[in-house]
Write a protein that binds this ligand. Structure first.
Ligand code: GTP
Ligand code: MG
Length: 170
């Protein structure tokens, strides 16, 4: 009810981890087996209602390719929430996720709501990163953790709703 609260949200993580796929699942209910790698960044918005509050997410889906790393501060500056995405079948992507957390802790706002998303949970047979390890890392670093699948839609809405619930009220 009332005027929506605008919330800038940024997705960060290794190329191929599934950032764009998570956003497309959340915003449009779509999934593509051959999602194109993002160039620069892409913008989306989506509104969710939690309890008595309407949150309008202004979502920056960044490009994971290393050559775009220097652009990232433009997208996380002023953000109230960040989703750091890795691929549970790729240990390097988990290492990369931890580097993003460090960068945000060093340069982001201290009030930033941070979520760690272990994506591609539908590929459990190819798992390389244990959920317990990611959960422990998240707890130790003040993030909340969920395993997600943009393909099956598991935990995708839940991820964004949980962020909306955790946002400081204006
Ligand atoms: P960049 O834009 O290059 O940074 O990559 P990205 O993080 O946006 O990854 P993207 O969403 O483009 O997904 C990469 C590939 O993984 C695509 O082929 C997707 O179809 C696939 N993919 C994404 N999410 C999932 C998932 O949950 N499960 C499975 N099986 N595949 C997924
Ligand atoms: Mg992308």
């Amino acid at each position: 009810s009332g005027t929506p609260m605008q919330a800038k949200l940024v997705l960060l993580g290794d190329m191929g981890a599934g950032k764009s796929s998570l956003v497309l699942r959340f915003v449009k209910g779509q999934f593509f087996d051959f999602q194109e790698s993002t160039i620069g960044a892409a913008f989306f918005s989506q509104t969710v209602a939690v309890n008595d509050i309407t949150v309008k997410f202004e979502i920056w889906d960044t490009a994971g390719q290393e050559r775009y790393h220097s652009l990232a501060p433009m997208y996380y500056r002023g953000a109230v929430a960040a989703i750091i995405v890795y691929d549970i079948t790729n240990s390097d992507s988990f290492t990369r996720a931890k580097k993003w957390v460090q960068e945000l802790q060093a340069q982001g706002s201290s009030k930033l709501v941070m979520a760690l998303a272990g994506n591609k949970s539908d590929l459990a047979s190819k798992r390389k990163v244990e959920a317990e390890e990611a959960q422990k890392y998240a707890e130790a670093n003040g993030l909340f953790f969920m395993e997600t699948s943009a393909k099956s839609a598991q935990n995708v809405n839940e991820l964004f709703y949980e962020i909306a619930r955790k946002l400081p009220r204006a």
